[in-house]
Design a protein around this ligand. Structure first.
Ligand code: IMP
Length: 201
């Protein structure tokens, strides 16, 4: 069985392979670079699930293969759940080299007067699987935590340097990729999806 991972993020491919293998799914996971003509799908939906489904549907239709896509972001309690689906675009510098730094600086500025007890936040990931016959499965993963005032750690990306998961004193940028995957929103969503896929085939 072949599955396409609808992402241009090269790091997600080995992660997905490992999760599928762990769930007992024997599948060859292909990356989008195997399909140079695949469409770019704009994330125009207001929800993570909506965007993950948009991408998976487009890639399943283009390739004729089962497609998996995800969409994720940071929801900050004090900002009423924002930046949410706008996490990558929050500072208005999407596609620029320093977009992650600018996005994180903006959130820290917005929370400058917010005390520790109101700095709760969560990472959310929706993962969608679309089969060529139209069957669709969606799984969500959430990692709760709080936002620190200063950056700590060099791993990960995005908001990781200021995000300390519940029950941890270190940020997700201070964790190894394996350690983060074991608890992360993306790890949780992908493992749920892999279990559903294992049951389907
Ligand atoms: P995407 O789902 O890869 O498009 O990610 C959306 C945005 O959400 C990223 O640009 C990050 O700003 C943020 N984000 C999603 N997951 C994580 C994470 O695991 N760590 C830090 N930031 C994240």
């Amino acid at each position: 069985m072949r599955i396409v991972l609808a992402t241009r993020n090269a790091k997600k491919v080995p992660e997905m392979r490992a999760i599928l293998a762990e769930a007992g799914v024997e599948a060859q996971v292909l990356a989008l670079d195997s399909f140079p003509d695949a469409p770019e799908v704009p994330e125009t939906e207001p929800t993570f699930t909506g965007n993950a489904l948009l991408k998976a549907r487009a890639i399943a239709a283009h390739t004729g293969l089962p497609a998996v896509a995800d969409d994720s972001g940071l929801s900050v309690d004090e900002l009423k759940g924002m930046p949410g689906v706008l996490s990558a675009r929050w500072s208005g510098r999407f596609g620029e080299k320093d977009q992650d730094r600018a996005n994180l600086d903006l959130v820290l500025d917005q929370l400058a007067d917010t005390p520790a007890e109101r700095r709760g936040a969560r990472f959310v990931c929706a993962a969608a699987l679309v089969m060529p016959d139209g069957v669709e499965v969606v799984a969500e993963g959430v990692l709760r935590g709080r936002l620190l005032r200063e950056r700590r750690g060099d791993h990960g990306f995005g908001y990781d340097p200021v995000f300390a998961p519940e029950g941890h004193t270190r940020t997700t940028a201070e964790m190894s990729p394996e350690e983060k995957n074991a608890i992360s929103h993306r790890g949780i969503a992908f493992r749920k999806l892999a279990r559903e896929l294992a049951e389907m085939i």
